[in-house]
Design a protein around this ligand. Structure first.
Ligand code: LMR
Length: 331
């Protein structure tokens, strides 16, 4: 009797202690991504971790996993939905399974420059798209820039005809497949982590990415030419699992929301400089010739690729495309 009373008391004590421990456990946010740390997204993830740990010490812990070290881009969405990670920032090209609307951002030659992208992303239409996947348990928290994409290849690409027959790596996006088909090239979907090897071994001959990704993945070492085409956008949506996010204690969520606003401002301010620095590093490496297009040559790429818009107008919505185009006019 005495023995069982004693063990009951020990048990209660143990439960009490573990209950206390549980209550004091910090919320853990695993942030997984596929790029290097010296890129806009890589820097954004690290700044988020720094600010969270300064302002919510002991309450929230952020673990950042760069370079596909935890999940590659084929798996990171599933990991977010199953609760294996709590935050990711896939490029806007990687959402087509979850909403057709975000295919908007991949339409070639839609935005003239990153200021137009900013205007659209801040508009009610742009902000509305952050909520387009809530029924799938995905909440968009912010847009983060990387920047405009450049074409790379082992052949000089000056006119659309130069791309004919070449194999280009594309992200998992039907729009991007059509974009390369429009110039009679062969698109091949491939995860980001495989691109360097794909280019090195000749599985693909070319690719498209902003300078920061080209340089940090050493793609310039296996590409003789980069055409500064600015033909499309590579930006991100910072997303979380809706159930996880709405289940956070309100004081923590409010602070995290504030931090995200601050980090987003910083990422979007620094992204262009990171791309320009990466461009300079590529020039210094002397591995790759950077080709500047004349307005006439660029016009030919636009003309060849623009018919892609029509193919996706039904999925995306003609009004949304119009609204994005209108953002090219500075107010
Ligand atoms: C790519 O797959 O090329 C990019 O989406 C990688 C990234 O996250 O910037």
């Amino acid at each position: 009797m005495l023995k069982s009373l004693w063990s009951a008391a020990v048990c209660t004590l143990a439960l009490g202690v573990s209950g206390l421990t549980l209550a004091a456990d910090p919320v853990v946010i695993k942030f997984s991504h596929v790029v290097a740390e010296q890129t806009p997204k890589g820097q954004g993830a690290l700044l988020f971790k720094k600010l969270v740990e300064e302002r919510l010490p002991g309450k929230v812990k952020v673990e950042v996993y760069p370079n596909s070290s935890l999940f590659g881009d084929g798996k990171e969405m599933e990991a977010l939905l199953s609760g294996d990670v709590q935050m990711i920032a896939p490029s806007l090209a990687k959402f087509e399974q979850y909403t057709p609307k975000l295919q908007l951002f991949d339409l070639p030659f839609l935005f003239n420059d990153i200021s137009a992208v900013d205007r659209f992303q801040r508009s009610p239409d742009g902000q509305g798209l952050l909520k387009a996947m809530e029924s799938k348990n995905i909440t968009g928290l912010a847009y983060w820039h990387n920047g405009m994409k450049q074409l790379s290849a082992n052949k000089a690409l000056r006119e659309p005809g130069d791309a004919r027959g070449l194999k280009f790596r594309v992200q998992a996006s039907a729009v991007l497949e059509e974009q390369f088909k429009a110039v009679r090239a062969n698109p091949r979907k491939m995860s980001f982590a495989e691109v360097y090897q794909g280019l090195q071994t000749g599985v693909v001959n070319g690719a498209e990415n902003p300078y920061s990704n080209i340089y940090s993945q050493k793609m310039h070492e296996v590409q003789k030419f980069i055409t500064e085409s600015d033909h499309g956008l590579l930006d991100y949506m910072l997303i979380t699992n809706t159930k996880f996010w709405t289940g956070l204690p309100p004081d923590i969520k409010t602070e995290l929301d504030k931090i995200i606003v601050e980090v987003t401002t910083q990422v979007n301010k620094d992204a262009e400089k990171l791309n320009q620095d990466a461009k300079q590093s590529i020039i210094n490496a002397k591995t790759t010739e950077i080709i500047t297009l004349t307005p006439e040559q660029r016009g030919k790429w636009r003309e060849a690729m623009k018919p892609v818009w029509k193919k996706f107008e039904g999925d995306i919505g003609a009004d949304l495309i119009k609204a994005a185009e209108a953002a090219n006019q500075a107010q």
